[in-house]
Ligand binder design. Sequence first.
Ligand code: ADP
Ligand code: AMP
Length: 209
Amino acid sequence: MNRIVLLGPPGAGKGTQAKRLSQELGIAHLSTGEMLRSAAAQGTELGRRADGFMSQGQLVPDDLVLGILRDRLRLPDTGRGFVLDGYPRNVAQAESLTEITPIDHVLYFEIPESVLVERLSQRRNCPTCGTVYNLVTQPPRVADRCDRDGTPLVQRSDDSEEAVRTRLGVYREVTLPLLDLYRRQGRLRTVPASGTVDEVAARVRAALQ
Ligand code: ADP
Ligand code: AMP
């Protein structure tokens, strides 16, 4: 089965590759960040609680994220597998994950921090369908409009310089230790995440063999 976890810092290209993988393999793309942003946009109770943490670049409390993920895993489209992007982000979340589902592959997207800052400052998102662009490396066909539905693109509030700095700090402090945990289990495969989207996609496919 293809139950895949993508680990790596913000901006490493997890969402971009996860979307591709889900299309190529016919599996569900589960992004906890997208789930939380959608809850915030809909103004649900959970979304309101999550929003303040997200816009500052802090992690949302574990119980909120676990709840939303557990509900999502119950939907039938995960039956053929899934690619999980953005979870787990700390050791406690990794432990919770093993309690709710088995995992077949753990891929770590490795990339220099200077590339991340550059990628995140140029990232733009479609608020309607979630497609991710980059003004430099993945520009839309028509300036500032989504290729799929023409919606004006937006910049995520947590892609501000200050929030990016916080997110990278949080990543180093609480997410990086996860790598050791999966490495000790002999499950971690490292994918160099610099290079073009196609180059990284080829490495991801090789790592899943
Ligand atoms: P993550 O989900 O890990 O935060 P994203 O997939 O949103 O990362 O990618 C971050 C930014 O970098 C986006 O603007 C995306 O278009 C761009 N991007 C993703 N992969 C690549 C790549 N291989 N080369 C150049 N830009 C990329
Ligand atoms: P992402 O879309 O993965 O970059 O996530 C955006 C934001 O959503 C993060 O900075 C956190 O505030 C929140 N978030 C996403 N996934 C998690 C998670 N697993 N645990 C805690 N917060 C999360």
